[in-house]
Design a protein around this ligand. Sequence first.
Ligand code: PHE
Length: 357
Amino acid sequence: MDPTATLDASLAEIEAGFGAAFAAAADEPALRAAHAKILGRNGALTAALKEMGKLPADARKTAGQRVNTLKQKVEAAFEECLGALARAARDADLRATPFDLSLPGRAPAPRGHLHPISLVREDIFEVFKGLGFAVAHGPQVELEEYNFGKLGFPPDHPAMDMHDTFWVSPPPRAPNAKVLLRTHTSNVQVREMLTNKPPLAVVSVGPCYRCDEDMTHTPMFHQMEGFLVDQNVTLAHLKGVLTAFVERLFGKRKVRFRPSYFPFVEPGCEVDMGCTFCDGTGVAGGAPCRQCKGTGFVEILGAGMIHPVVFEHCGIDPEKYTGFAFGTGIERPAMLKYGIPDLRMMFENDVRFLAQF
Ligand code: PHE
């Protein structure tokens, strides 16, 4: 076939087909696809245009005009259909049932909240900030020197025994360092006293570790530590601050101080408060209260006057300064405050439990 006839045939085919193809397009993407089949890069009319080069020069002019007229027709029909589709979409929108403003909204996804341990930590910080204490933090991976040595633990103290302490391999750059996971937060006392001068009033909360696991112990637990150093600090200050602490955290209740021993305090004491489960009566449900074993008291703090040896180790003059320190686990106050019967529930990550706070 000669090129003119070929071109004629393709133009005729395009001319006959585009109207129906555009009319059949149900939406804008379909319409644009139909348009591309004719005028796109690989479209039929685009191909016809390319064929024009093969025509004899005298035929080219008329062919060019035909192609252009067809192209204009196609474009006009395309614009027309595009407009019709847009109008149809708008009409459908207007006819649709109006948006019902009275429908309830979508419920927001439930928000998380702080873990009970963190809640108690924040409560403790609030109480001590109110009493003028600053908040400090210490490392959980600690040198034996700061966890035990400077606190005056004798070298053979049972707390350092492999049973209680998780030892950590020393870093390559200090192969002889004795490194452990801190067994209590008292390392913060040492670090704060080494780097700051009295007067000091500091409180700290954080994780501690001991190789221990049973009903009332988990290998990781939390402690709170606080201390105050200044001139003329006495046991009366210790009693006043800790009584205020117990009352602000738990409400008014009995507080009792019993002599006790910790290597880094002298004298040392343990602090008990009226049991929250039986309200200090020792009786719950007609039987001796299980939480306080019928005594009406639960132990909540270890405390004492900071030992002069600790001051010496930390570069503070024990002739000039005195101070008191106190510490406690966080889990136990949390259990007492929220009535949690089993310590391990705190770390099982069961949302049915956690959602109750
Ligand atoms: N660090 C002690 C412990 O882990 C608690 C304590 C802190 C006691 C400060 C006295 C003073 O048991």
